[in-house]
Design a protein around this ligand. Structure first.
Ligand SMILES: NC(=O)c1ccc[n+]([C@@H]2O[C@H](COP(=O)([O-])OP(=O)(O)OC[C@H]3O[C@@H](n4cnc5c(N)ncnc54)[C@H](O)[C@@H]3O)[C@@H](O)[C@H]2O)c1
Length: 252
């Protein structure tokens, strides 16, 4: 098999959390274009169903699953549905993530902390745990967590909880990767820079452009090939790595 063919995902069974819009939708479409059957989970049923329909028009199988990934019972049911439908899980993209509007850390409430941490950090951890249990019988699998440049640097505007949660996602990726490579499960992450998605806070764009060496924010298509790389066997020697795609923002 040549190098380009090793990017193919024909017959693989994939799951993308928060796949109803934005980056999750783009990741799901990329996996389907490479040949995978893709389950879309989201708290918003209509968008998840629409993405699943679009994937079927590509000739792949798909299913939409209602799941709040900050709830362990939902996560267990979500992965259970994939196994019940396809008998296995090969690729999981833990894409769900939320932020609160710009707010000084001194003002942050316990409820805001809990919501962001439960969704971004706790949710990603338990998604990965339940997915890895499903991958164990085959002794192989690819888990891709979606972090952020905010997990690496301090964003110039106050964004503490989100940033702390994403730094946690980068490190949980390393911890789980180190433990699970013996089971053939590869865990890596992607840290996007500012990317144009439907609910992006527009005020982050000028902040990004002020110091980014590149002159524009990312479109979702700029991130798609990263997920294909991490999902395919081409990345089999990559373990616990965070791929930063940020137009050079974090090198400055
Ligand atoms: N857009 C950016 O600039 C950017 C930059 C860096 C990192 N990221 C990260 O990329 C990921 C996707 O970002 P996006 O901009 O596409 O987000 P988005 O808000 O456009 O989409 C997120 C999706 O997740 C779903 N969702 C939210 N909470 C959920 C929950 N608890 N359970 C299940 N589904 C839930 C939403 O309904 C939505 O469909 C996030 O983790 C985000 O932090 C985004």
């Amino acid at each position: 098999m040549n190098c380009i063919e090793r990017f193919r995902l024909d017959g693989k069974k994939a799951l993308v959390t928060g796949g109803g819009q934005g980056l999750g939708k783009a990741f799901a479409e990329a996996l389907a274009e490479a040949g995978a059957d893709v389950a879309i989970s989201d708290i918003r049923d209509e968008t998840a169903k629409k993405v699943a329909e679009d994937i079927r028009t590509l000739g792949r199988q798909s299913l939409a699953i209602h799941a709040d990934t900050s709830r362990i019972d939902d996560v267990t049911r979500m992965v259970g549905k994939v196994i019940e439908t396809w008998g296995r899980l090969d690729i999981a993209v833990n894409n769900v993530g939320i932020a609160i509007p710009i707010k000084e850390a001194i003002q942050v409430t316990e409820a805001e902390w809990d919501k962001v941490m439960d969704t971004n950090l706790r949710g990603t951890f338990f998604c990965a745990q339940v997915e890895a249990r499903a991958m164990l019988p085959k002794k192989q699998g690819k888990i891709i967590n979606i972090a952020s440049i905010c997990g690496h640097i301090v964003w110039p505007e106050p964004q503490a909880i989100y940033s702390i949660s994403k730094a946690g996602v980068c490190h949980l990726t390393r911890c789980l990767a180190a433990e699970w490579i013996k089971h053939g499960i590869r865990v890596n992450s992607i840290s996007p820079g500012v990317t144009r998605t439907p609910d992006l806070f527009p005020e982050v764009i000028p902040v990004f452009l002020k110091t980014a060496p590149i002159d524009h924010v990312a479109e979702v298509k700029d991130l798609q090939s990263a997920v294909l790389y991490l999902a395919s066997e081409t990345s089999d020697f990559m373990v616990g790595h965070d791929l930063v795609l940020d137009g050079g923002y974090t090198i400055m």
